[in-house]
Design a protein around this ligand. Structure first.
Ligand SMILES: Cc1cc2nc3c(=O)[nH]c(=O)nc-3n(C[C@H](O)[C@H](O)[C@H](O)COP(=O)(O)OP(=O)(O)OC[C@H]3O[C@@H](n4cnc5c(N)ncnc54)[C@H](O)[C@@H]3O)c2cc1C
Length: 390
């Protein structure tokens, strides 16, 4: 077989692609990973020090096999690398009893999460505003709000997860080409090929995991179904950062009465950016990965500070850092994990609709199974491309 022929080529080595590359290489496949930048980087959707992970997945029961398997893989990776990929900080999801906590699909997200936690015997509590404030006096909760608390939830270190999986893949023999944009791919009678700005590579199978750039790779019929949304992550200076460290502060998902009130605050890792990380979400304006506005405006910073001031004590209006990031979303906010409609030689992964990182290690294992076995251990029938045309 020619030197540039691979069992599998993985296009894009972010959260999903690095996990896929590692799982493929671990299984002994001859694998090439290609990325337009040098992951981990801050141009896509997987940067910013921390990503929330929970044990009970309110987005739906179909994610439960992914989160259980992913958590087992993070543990394996922590042992292999001797690095802390996961910080157990506990997590709160706060929402109003009156308006219902509408987030990620219809219905009350807090109730759905609590129901899933109960069904899967996951430790949790649903607390009144008073009970929550006794434990977390930095919060400014309204009396009509309540909180789902999960003690074993926490945050992942996204850059480290990606870096470790790429390094382990290389140790298992994977070839990694960084700084090499893939321009196109082709399905042939007995294989597939990938063309970059440096040449053409052949493989039996291709995994496309290009995050927000997937729009250009999706089958034409589905491209208009997927939207990219610019999001911004802010770090504000704390009066006393010790109050917000990984030991002292849980993550907060604060579901507002209206979509634009959504707010989230994160614990500060000891070796992370020394500020309080906060964000909101916006779905009013779409963008593309290539035209994304990466400049954070003074008015945006002021708005996030005002949101923070209304919800947290102890945070100043001094911005420590800000980063632009992208959600790549489907109309129902669920993932796409499927074969290309024209050929099972091409596996399509993500968009992950702004909640994919926590599942990424098991998504990578699943994509590797799709490429090598043509079938998966975890049921992916709810993540089909074809559901988007129904
Ligand atoms: C602000 C923000 C907060 C989030 N918070 C959470 C959270 O708390 N918990 C959670 O679970 N999820 C969260 N998410 C979602 C999660 O981070 C994403 O779902 C996930 O990281 C997406 O991974 P990906 O591999 O699809 O994309 P990426 O990690 O962006 O990877 C795509 C890769 O493809 C490469 N690429 C693109 N085009 C090409 C090409 N033509 N040739 C070669 N390479 C290419 C890119 O360079 C990139 O490295 C958040 C997302 C954002 C933006």
């Amino acid at each position: 077989m020619a030197d540039n022929h691979y069992d599998v080529i993985v296009v894009g080595l972010g959260a999903m692609g690095s996990a896929t590359l590692y799982q493929l290489a671990k299984r002994g496949a001859k694998v090439l990973g290609i990325d337009r930048y040098t992951p981990p980087h801050s141009y896509g959707s997987s940067h910013g020090d921390t990503r929330i992970t929970r044990q009970a997945i309110g987005e739906g029961d179909m994610y439960m096999p992914f989160i259980k398997r992913t958590n087992a893989i993070w543990e394996e990776l922590e042992t292999l690398t001797n690095r802390d990929l996961y910080l157990k900080t506990g997590g709160l999801i706060i929402g109003s009893q009156e308006t219902g906590a509408q987030w990620h699909m219809d219905g009350d997200f807090i109730q759905r999460t609590a129901d899933i936690a109960t069904a899967h015997s996951i430790a949790h509590e649903v607390l009144s505003a008073d009970e929550t404030l006794k434990r977390h006096p930095l919060l400014k909760m309204r009396p009509q709000e309540r909180a789902y608390f999960e003690p074993d939830a926490g945050v992942l270190r996204p850059e480290l997860c990606i870096q470790m999986q790429i390094e382990l893949a290389q140790q298992h023999g994977a070839t990694v080409n960084m700084g090499e944009p893939v321009m196109d791919y082709d399905i042939t009678a007995d294989g597939a090929s990938v063309t970059t700005d440096k040449g053409t590579y052949e493989a039996d199978k291709i995994v496309l995991s290009a995050g927000a750039w997937m729009l250009g790779f999706l089958p034409v019929d589905y491209q208009s179904q997927v939207k990219v949304y610019r999001q911004v992550i802010y770090w504000f200076e704390a009066e006393n950062i010790e109050q917000f460290t990984e030991e002292n502060f849980p993550f907060i998902i604060w579901i507002g009465d209206k979509q634009e009130d959504f707010y989230s605050a994160f614990p500060t890792p000891r070796d992370g950016i020394q500020g309080v990380k906060v964000l909101t979400e916006q779905y009013a304006q779409t963008t593309t990965a290539d035209t994304l506005d990466r400049e954070v405006k003074p008015a945006e910073i002021q708005h996030l500070y005002e949101m923070t001031e209304a919800r947290l004590h102890g945070v100043t209006n001094t911005l420590v850092h800000a980063d632009v990031c992208m959600y790549t979303s489907t109309p129902d906010d669920h993932f796409i994990l499927d074969f290309h409609p024209e050929s099972e030689r091409v596996v399509i992964a993500s968009p992950c609709s702004g909640h994919g990182f926590k599942h990424s290690a098991a998504v990578g294992e699943t994509l590797a199974e799709m490429a090598l076995d043509g079938k998966t251990t975890i049921d992916i029938s709810e993540f089909s491309l074809s559901r988007l045309s129904e």
